[in-house]
Design a binder for this molecule. Sequence first.
Ligand code: NAD
Ligand code: TYD
Length: 357
Amino acid sequence: MSTFDKKILVTGGAGFIGSHLLRLLVNKYPNYQLVNLDKLTYAGNLANLKDIENKENYVFVKGDIRETQVLDDLFAQYQFDGVIHLAAESHVDRSIAHPMEFITTNIIGTVNLLNASRSAWKDNMEGKIFYHVSTDEVYGSLGKEGLFLETTPYDPRSPYSASKASSDHLVRAYNHTYKLPIKISNCSNNYGSYQFPEKLLPLFIHNIKNNKALPVYGDGTNVRDWLWVVDHARAIDVIFHEGKIGETYNIGGWNEWRNIDLIHKMCEIMDKKLERPEGTSAGLITFVKDRAGHDARYAIDATKLKDDLGWEPSLQFEEGLEKTIDWYLSNNEWLDNVTSGDYQKYYQEQYVKRETV
Ligand code: NAD
Ligand code: TYD
C-alpha cells in the first residue's frame, strides 16, 4: 500500500515551468507522490531538477504523451488522484517552421491524457483533478487598450496558440460531456531561471554575454506581460488545491513591456554586471524581419485569481529581472551545456546507466 496521501502526474516537468512547479510541490508536499512524465525533447532537461531528483516523493518517467499505452500503464501503476498537464511544444517560432509537432503533442497528446484520466476515474471522479496549463496567447492579440479576461473569446493566430486553444476546448468538452473534473489556467509570458535559450530573455542574456547580435523582430513595439516563473508555479499550486472544478483562471504579472524597452533595460543591467562601458550591449541590437503573424500585444487581467483565491505576484519585475540575469551569469555550465546540446547526455548518464546496473 502506498503511504502517500495523493499521487499526482505532472507532464512536461523537465521543462522550464514544469521544473519550477515540481521543485515547489516536491518540497512543499512530502506526503504527495509526484510523477514527472516527460519525453525529454530538446526543451526537456533533467539538469533542471538536480536538487530534487533523489527525493523520496519524486519519480521521473521518460515517455511521450502521444503514446496511449504509456499513459494507461502509468495510471494503472500509480492510481493518480490528479494530473497537472504542462507537456507541450511551446515556442511560437518553431510552430511557424514546423506546425505538425504542435498538433500531435499539444492536441492529440492532451486528448490521450484526457482519455487515460477518464478511463481510470470513470467509476469515481470524486476528488480527482485534471489541471490543464495553458497560455494567454489563445485569446489572440490586443490593440493599445484592454486586457484579456477569462471570458474573452478565443482568437488564436499562430500554430502554437491554435494548438493550445484546441487543447483548452477539448479539456472543457470533456468536462461538459463526461463530467471530467477539470481546471484550466491561462498565463502570460514567464521569465526566470532554467528557460531554454530560444525565448527572448535567456537568448538575449546569452547573446549579450557572448557579444552576439540581439535580433529584435520588426520594430520592437510588440507588448508582452511578464511574470516570474516561480509566481506561476505558486498560482498553479493555489488553483490546483483551491480553484473550482470547471473553472478557468487567468494568471498575469500586471507588468506590460514593449520588447524594445525591455531589451534596453536588460542591456543596461548587463553592462553594469559585466563591467562594460554604458551602451555596449545596446550596440548589439539588430532589427530583423518580423515574425510572421506577430501578435501585437498580450495583457492579462488576473483579478479573478486575486479575488477568488488571493493569489498575487510576489516579486517586482526590476528585482526579478536582476535575479534572472544573475542566475544565467552564475550558471555558465547550465547555459553552455544547453547551448552546446551536452545536456541531452545527462539522461543517458544519469538514468540509462542506472537502470542497467
Ligand atoms: P518548455 O518547452 O520549456 O517545456 C515543455 C516540456 O514538455 C519539456 O520538458 C518537453 O520535453 C516536454 N514535452 C514536449 N513534448 C512532449 C511529449 N510529446 N510527451 C511528453 N513530454 C513532452 O515549456 P514551458 O515554457 O515550461 O511551458 C510549459 C507549459 O506552460 C506549456 O503547456 C505552455 O504552453 C504553457 N505556458 C508557457 C508559458 C511561457 O511563458 N513559457 C506561458 C503560459 C503557458
Ligand atoms: P518569445 O520569448 O518567443 O515569447 P512569445 O512569442 O510566446 O511571446 O518572444 C517574446 C517577444 O519577443 C515576442 O514579441 C517576440 C520577440 N522576440 C524577438 O524580438 N526576438 C527574438 O529573437 C525572440 C526569440 C523573440
